[in-house]
Structure formats: C-alpha cells, structure tokens
Design a binder for this molecule. Structure first.
Ligand SMILES: Nc1ncnc2c1ncn2[C@@H]1O[C@H](COP(=O)(O)OP(=O)(O)OP(=O)(O)O)[C@@H](O)[C@H]1O
Length: 441
C-alpha cells in the first residue's frame, strides 16, 4: 500500500468507520434560466401570470457510505444526477440539504486550513481529457498545478514528483515538457490521473473517466487506475453509465434513478441477484454480443419524468413493470397486469380509437376485472369508445379516461404513497443489499 509518493503523515485513513458518509444529501437547482422559464399561466388569478422559478431535484435524499480502499461504481441513465452527486460530495456544489462526513468529520464544520487540506484529499477526474487540460500549459506544469495551489514541495520537489507520477501512470517522464495536444485520448486521461494524484489524495471521484475513450483503450486505463488504487491506498467513486465498465472496476455498485438511490449492493450480488425492477431493466438492456439473440429485451417503457416534478413515492413507478396493485381492490395478478397495461396505453395513447368491445378484447381478453376496479375500467373504456353513442371522442375524453385510471390505480398504489427503502440479505455477496422497492415490503 505504501509508496514514496505518499506525502506526509496525514495521508491515509486509520479510522474504522467509512471514509465517506452521506446522510440524506440533496442538491436542488433553481430551474434553468431562459426567457420564459418559470412563467406560469394561472387564469384564476390577477394578473394571470406568475413567476415560479421551480427547482430541479437533481439529487434527493441520498444516504450512502464508501469504505476506505473500495471502488463504488455509480451507474444510471444520463441526467439521473450522478455528476451532481459527485460534485456535491467534493463541495464543488453546496448541498441543499443533508450532511457529508469525510474521515468522520462533517465537511460543513470545516473551515480555513482544515478545509484546504480536506480539499486536497478529495480529487476529481472528468470524462473529457481534451477539455480539462489547458492546451497552453506543458504536461509538467499541468501536473504540478494542484501542488502549487496547495503549497506542496518546492520547485525541484514538484518537478521530481511530476516525473515520477508520469511514470506511475504509464507515460514517459521525458514528456514533461510536451503540450497535451501531442497525446492521445488515453494518454491525456493518464495525465489527468497524474495531476489528481499529485496532491496525494485519499479519495477520487472519477466522472465517466473512460467514456470518451476507444473500448480497446478503456481497459488499459482502468487497469492503471486499479494499480494506482493499490499503490496509493485510494478510494474511488467511479461514475459511469456503461454497465460493463461498472462491472469491470467496482467492488460495490450504487444505482441511481431520477435523483434517488434505488439499489446498492456488492458487485456480484447486484449483477447476479438484482432486486430493483429498474436495475433489472438496465441489466437486461446490455447489448448481447451474440447476433442470434436479437429482439427487444427489457426495453424501458416511457420517458424519464422531469426532475422538476418527480413522481411521489418510488420515482420509477411511472415506468415500472412491477407497479403494485392498490390494496383497496381485490385483483388477481392477471387482472392487475391487464389493468396496468390498459392504464399505461391510455395514458400514452398507444392505440387507435376502437369500440368498447374491441378494447375489452384487446386489453382484457374479453374479461375486465370485477368489483370496484371493474367499474372504473368500464367507465374509462366507455369514455373513449368509438361506439359510445354521443359526440366523437376528443382529447378531453382521453385525458379524463387517463386521469380516472391514474388516480384510481397508479396514485393509490403503495409505490405512489410511500418512499421505499429496504435492507435485504445478500444471497451472492456478503455485504448489505439496499433496494428501494416495495416488492420487498
Ligand atoms: N447547474 C444546474 N442547473 C440546473 N439544473 C442542473 C444543473 N446541473 C445539472 N442539472 C440537472 O440536474 C439533473 C442531473 O444532472 P447530472 O448532470 O447530475 O446527471 P448525470 O447522471 O451526471 O448525467 P450525465 O451522465 O448526462 O452527465 C439533470 O436534469 C440536469 O439537467
């Protein structure tokens, strides 16, 4: 673990708790600016226009621990809040709510010299090695810059360290005086690594560090990062949207969806025994290399809702294939599956107008559910049936049928009413398995 590249006595972490702990951390942004951003039309008021800047709930109520020496992979679709979480941890963004503890200290309590030291302990590397390296600076200057900012070593010491780091990241120390444009993408990412390591951090947020690289280069850079982790005693938060990258680098994996953490488990456990429908859908959507096995597999239905107005309860529920039936109705699994599919089809208007009988056949095999649920389904069908007898079906009828179904079924599900959070036993791995899904209630 030790290296002569470790600086000073305060490097390393001797405590027995997590290196990093997030306690209910949120980061909300004021709505993106624009000429009409936030303008609301409210006909019942005078004047009928108001300004509600609104907020983007990029990260919402996230709790998480990262142990010393581990790599926690953070995965999720574009826009789910991964980068925002990484930046908030590093205090590049101020959290809206919640606490972040690093080495047992609340970052919000630190000031002056302590905060400065903590900042050098936590570094970040970014996706695009092209734009994060100043083209006017030489490689040596780039690597020495953070040391200079933190007043570490003298000129000679910095130069010696920069050259040693170049070698450690797999580059030639004689390239010290070159400019970054002379290097390939993979080499530039290695320069970034050397720069991040120059101040001897304990924790590095790696934000999509290999996403911009050719697949053939990705593994080489990830292997170097792995070697450096062992040598420097580093802890990584490794952000990626690519599950094969996550599988390659992680010890544990955290899955994010629309600002919430939906599942966290050891890597093997997460890949072999996923417990959240969103994780399952993500895993099933990994492209299969075998061309004989084609066709749609686990394609996620519908659009990701807006982080300005996220769904209540489980944020994935509007797209979830396992949405739980409201307890108020006595529905068989099959009846609920039909009702759910019909509700979604009406909401998304995925079918052409048809008669009531045709809808019953198409969505319910001719047999809608009985009881109160059946009455609601029948009312919705009648509202949009082409043979309903009065004026032609219009937009308002579709909207009303959709609202009736959503309010009666989706909004009454436990998935809409309560925020899920369950701790499960791991079956493949040994550690804790967190799944935010009411199927585990
Ligand atoms: N400064 C900001 N102001 C307003 N909204 C923001 C800001 N930064 C991020 N967002 C919004 O917060 C949400 C999360 O963005 P973030 O970049 O963290 O996601 P991500 O998972 O890292 O996505 P990607 O992989 O595309 O970078 C998005 O809806 C984004 O538009």
């Amino acid at each position: 673990m030790s290296s002569d590249l470790r600086l000073g006595d305060d490097s390393g972490y001797e405590g027995d708790g997590p290196l990093l702990e997030l306690d209910a951390v949120s980061k909300h942004f004021a709505q993106e600016s624009g000429l009409f951003a936030g303008l609301q039309f409210e006909p019942d008021r005078f004047p009928p226009i108001s300004m509600d800047p609104g907020t983007v709930q990029a990260v919402d109520d996230v709790s998480l621990e990262i142990q010393p020496g581990e790599t926690l992979g953070l995965v999720g679709e574009s826009g789910c809040g991964k980068s925002t979480l990484g930046r908030t941890i590093l205090r590049l963004l101020e959290p809206t709510e919640g606490d972040i503890y690093f080495k047992g200290r609340n970052l919000a309590d630190l000031g002056g010299e302590e905060l400065r030291r903590m900042r050098s302990d936590m570094q970040m590397i970014f996706q695009d090695p092209q734009s994060s390296l100043d083209p006017r600076m030489k490689v040596g200057q780039i690597i020495e810059e953070p040391m200079r900012a933190h007043d570490m070593l003298d000129d000679e010491g910095r130069e010696a360290r920069a050259k040693e780091l170049l070698e450690k990241v797999g580059l030639d120390p004689r390239h010290y005086n070159r400019h970054p444009h002379a290097f390939s993408g993979g080499q530039r990412q290695r320069i970034n690594l050397a720069r991040a390591l120059s101040v001897d951090p304990d924790f590095v947020v790696c934000d999509e560090p290999v996403s911009a690289l050719d697949v053939s280069i990705q593994a080489q850079v990830m292997n170097t990062m792995d070697e450096l982790q062992a040598e420097f005693g580093l802890t990584y938060l490794f952000i990626a949207h690519d599950l094969s990258v996550i599988r390659y680098v992680s010890d544990r994996v955290a899955v994010m969806y629309l600002g919430h953490m939906v599942e966290v488990a050891e890597k093997e456990e997460l890949f072999e025994n996923p417990q959240h429908p969103y994780t399952k859908a993500l895993l099933e959507s990994i492209p299969v290399p075998d061309p004989r096995e084609s066709g749609a597999r686990g394609v996620l239905e519908g659009e990701v809702p807006s982080p300005q107005d996220p769904p209540s309860g489980c944020r994935f529920r509007t797209r979830c294939p396992r949405l739980i039936a409201p307890a108020a109705y006595d529905l068989t699994d099959e009846e609920w599956a039909h009702t759910r599919a019909f509700m979604r089809a009406v909401k998304r208007r995925t079918f052409e107008a048809m008669s009531a009988d045709e809808m019953r056949r198409e969505f319910f095999g001719g047999q809608p559910p009985g009881g109160e649920a059946g009455e609601i389904v029948t009312e919705a069908i009648d509202r949009i049936a082409t043979d309903r007898g009065d004026a032609a079906v219009d937009e308002d009828d579709w909207d009303e049928a959709s609202s009736l179904l959503l309010e009666s079924f989706a909004e009454r599900s436990i998935c809409a009413r309560e925020r899920p959070a369950y701790r499960l036993e791991s079956t493949v791995g040994s550690g804790e398995h967190f799944a935010a899904c009411h199927l585990h209630r």
